[in-house]
Design a protein around this ligand. Structure first.
Ligand code: 56B
Length: 374
């Protein structure tokens, strides 16, 4: 990972153009079947679509200030990774990656922070004081595997470190790093950073509104954990999954005009976002016949839940973004949904929830562990 890039393009634009290019260059890894896209659009049940295309569920929690709630939403999407540990998480905790993060962040909010005396458990200060053991305990992730009898000493049992320890380390490092950056910038919380970043500038025109591209840019250039891209001499690739998901979640959570922070998240340009490329979308799009993996060795690794190569990880996620870029003609196919289908966030949430259908959730998903991006 390299530092933030100076660019005249917005990050969602870079995601679109770099994914299109990478997919065009990779026909021996994956291909997109546009006839399957048309079949998929034709087969959508409008009522089911309307039910599943929503992302946000309100928390069963009380917040002292809107900033506290913005902070919790932001922490969840800062940490919304760990999909590569799905199998180990299910075995150890019975929860998948995103439920583990939701559970842990709500637990942290409620805990008053195991390690810190700071007033708010999600403050920048409290994040900097977190240790591996606190995070393991609040997120309910074991650091040790089951006890095994010692091979030579009768009666003695020993535990090996759990494979999930690496995930707990990544969660801890990400929170500590983010807390330090916030403190260095003079911010007391992620929520304060986001509310400042989306505040109407002093001399802005009356009709000024905040923009998704602007907030995504501020998140990506400030926090390494949001720098979901890879720069290389041949071709840069941008996915920006969690920063885009966070901005979409903030819009959805606070878009009611009665919300005290409505003006901060009343984005007119939500359709500028792409889908949020993780391990679920390529699986669902594969099941629908829209993505076709053309490398048999890659398909064998995915079926065996073996970690795939870094290059293939970028290509499959890029293919998910590209497959969801419907051309207006395809979307017109189903005129009643045309407007929504131009809106990648809505399509993302629909596909992500379809991925939870019993028939689809058991399909092996790509495994890639060495990342904090998805
Ligand atoms: N494309 C897309 N990927 C999403 C989400 C969400 C959840 N978001 C909603 C939840 C509440 C708010 O409404 C948020 O909007 C999680 N993931 C990713 O899935 C991955 C697998 O996780 P699992 O199956 O548990 O193991 C993990 O990398 C996780 O980061 C989404 O919406 N779209």
């Amino acid at each position: 990972m390299s530092g933030p890039v100076e660019t005249t393009y917005t990050y969602p634009e870079l995601v679109r153009s770099s994914c299109r290019y990478l997919v065009e260059q990779s026909p021996d890894v994956v291909q997109i079947d546009s006839t399957a896209i048309d079949r998929f659009l034709d087969s959508i049940n409008v009522e089911r679509f309307a039910k599943l295309c929503k992302g946000w569920i309100a928390f069963p929690l009380k917040f002292d200030t809107p900033e506290d709630e913005v902070t919790l939403v932001a922490l969840i999407d800062l940490l919304n990774f760990g999909s590569g540990y799905r199998k180990e998480l299910h075995a150890a905790t019975g929860r998948g990656a995103s439920d583990t993060i939701l559970f842990g962040c709500m637990g942290l909010y409620l805990s008053g922070s195991a390690a810190s005396s700071a007033a708010s458990p999600l403050s920048a200060e409290a994040l900097t004081q977190l240790h591996l053991a606190d995070v393991a305990s609040v997120f309910g992730i074991p650091l040790l595997g089951p006890e095994e009898p010692h091979p030579t000493i009768p009666g003695l049992t020993l535990s090996q470190p759990s494979p999930l320890r690496e995930l707990v380390q990544k969660l801890t490092d990400t929170m500590v790093e983010t807390g330090r950056i916030l403190k260095a910038g003079g911010y007391r919380s992620l929520g304060q950073f986001i509310l400042e970043a989306t505040k109407k500038p002093d001399h802005a025109p009356v009709h000024w509104r905040p923009s998704v591209a602007d907030l995504v840019g501020k998140l990506v250039t400030t926090f390494p954990a949001f720098q979901d891209y890879k720069l290389s001499e041949q071709h840069d690739i941008y996915l920006i999954k969690r920063a885009q998901l966070l901005v979409a979640d903030l819009n959805e959570r606070f878009k009611k005009p009665e919300s005290p922070v409505f003006a901060h998240f009343d984005f007119p340009d939500v359709p500028a976002l792409t889908v949020f490329a993780d391990n679920v979308l390529p699986t669902v799009l594969g099941h629908l016949g829209i993505l076709r993996i053309t490398s048999s060795s890659l398909q064998t690794s995915i079926n065996a839940l073996e970690p795939i190569s870094e290059d293939n990880m970028w290509i499959l996620r890029a293919a998910a973004v590209q497959a969801c870029e419907l051309d207006p003609q395809s979307a017109d196919h189903i005129s009643h949904l045309a407007r929504e289908m131009q809106h990648a966030t809505v399509l993302d949430h629909y596909l992500w929830h379809v991925g939870k259908d019993p028939e689809i959730r058991n399909i092996p998903r790509l495994v890639y562990k060495d990342t904090v991006f998805f």
